[in-house]
Design a protein around this ligand. Structure first.
Ligand SMILES: [Zn+2]
Length: 157
């Protein structure tokens, strides 16, 4: 258990940047940025496309971006098309977001665990744990955040 937690704690944000749930640019329902399970940095080789099961919207990256494409990590948009994420919710002045359900679960585990209080653990500067904003890991907001995550999980597509 200890080992697993330490491992996931070092998971990088980009490891979740695959098969991202977004708002469909056409109908605003849930759509998928399909990377065939490849992450941002491996996606050069795969054809990334956005697919909507509601309205049939279906476009490859090349069709939407001419050139000079760049990956955008760490914002409430998918790194490929820069479409608004599906899994996002406002909490006061803050915005909680996740690329997909796997990422949401990861954030949940970290908020739920009292990792910040653990003794002798050094933050990995590039880890997602270090990237989680301070407000997310503050003890007083933890329950509110977990409720919001639960709401996101059940968001109707
Ligand atoms: Zn659609």
């Amino acid at each position: 258990m200890e080992t697993r937690t330490k491992h996931t704690y070092r998971t990088q944000l980009y490891e979740f940047a695959k098969d991202v749930l977004v708002e469909c640019p056409n109908c605003a329902h849930q759509a998928l940025v399909n990377t065939n399970g490849e992450t941002v940095f491996k996606s050069e080789k795969v054809k990334v496309r956005v697919v909507c099961g509601h309205c049939g919207f279906n476009k490859y990256l090349e069709q939407l971006w001419a050139k000079s494409k760049h990956f955008l990590l760490g914002a409430a948009v998918d790194p490929f098309f820069h479409l608004p994420l599906w899994l996002k919710i406002e909490l006061g002045d803050h915005l909680l977001w996740a690329y997909n359900h796997e990422h949401l679960r990861f954030v949940e585990e970290h908020v739920a665990a009292k990792l910040r209080e653990r003794n002798g653990f050094q933050f990995q500067t590039r880890s997602i744990g270090a990237r989680l904003p301070r407000w997310m890991t503050a003890a007083k907001r933890r329950e509110e955040i977990l409720r919001a995550i639960e709401k996101l999980r059940n968001k109707k597509a």
